[in-house]
Ligand binder design. Sequence first.
Ligand code: SAM
Length: 290
Amino acid sequence: MAEHDVRSKQNYGQLYIVATPIGNLQDISPRAIDTLNNVDVIAAEDTRHSGHLLKQLDINTHRIALHEHNERDMAERLTLQIIEGKNIALISDAGTPLVSDPGYHLVKLSHQKEIKVVPIPGPSALIAALSAAGLATDRFCFEGFVPSKRSQRKSYYAQRVKEVRTMVFYETPHRIVDSLVDLCGEFGDERRVVMARELTKTFETIRNDTAKQLLQWVVADTNQQKGEIVLVVEGFKETQQDSLSEFNEHVLRTLLNELSLKQAVQLAVDITGEKKKKLYNFALSLKDET
Ligand code: SAM
């Protein structure tokens, strides 16, 4: 704060990054309301959408649109206005601007021009989901929207299988089933996953389960395929992923004494029903040991 005060030019206005509710209007902070009432201009992702919120809050501040298609141009224009002394607030359709929402170019340019950027913190689906997920929060990573195309989604998940931090993804309702199918395929049926849907709204649902059971539940109840969704995925745990049950390990070890690695793994798959990849990796690790 002190550093900002020294650097910002005396007659410049300021840029406020204001978080707005992700569903429940009561989540707007008094400071956010004050700011939105007192700035000269509100730059909104969608002026009509935000118009609804601002009307309910009885805020009549002038609004202009700043969305992903005009952000670079608008960033130039808005920073000029701030330099001329205007105060500007940035809001998105819901939650915290810049979190899978426009604003990055404006904030970056503001710093380049030594404009003071003031966050007015508040709701974000990412943090709301994480806080209620019941998965480790000491370290986590936000991964934004999952790719829409199946092949890209599969490799996107595959690249993250060994990520040890809790992962947070945004997903759309019409892709949730396909996405959970791919998630099971790449992370394994047993990985714990939390689906947080319609947070802060009437049909808020938060379910913490294994990937497979979560998928079955979502398929069986089509209501779970509606609304806004955050997926929180447990980080990789060495023991959870690579260890076999005592019985499966015994079967594999016995077969490995008599057969080639390939034959032993295939027969172990037939006997135990365990995933081939898991048995194969375990067999390889035994070979490394010897
Ligand atoms: N900037 C927003 C934030 O801070 O969370 C996120 C905007 S992003 C364009 C919209 C996505 O956020 C939705 O598709 C959904 O994945 C998630 N999201 C937003 N509101 C939500 C809610 N109430 N419940 C669950 N997920 C939500």
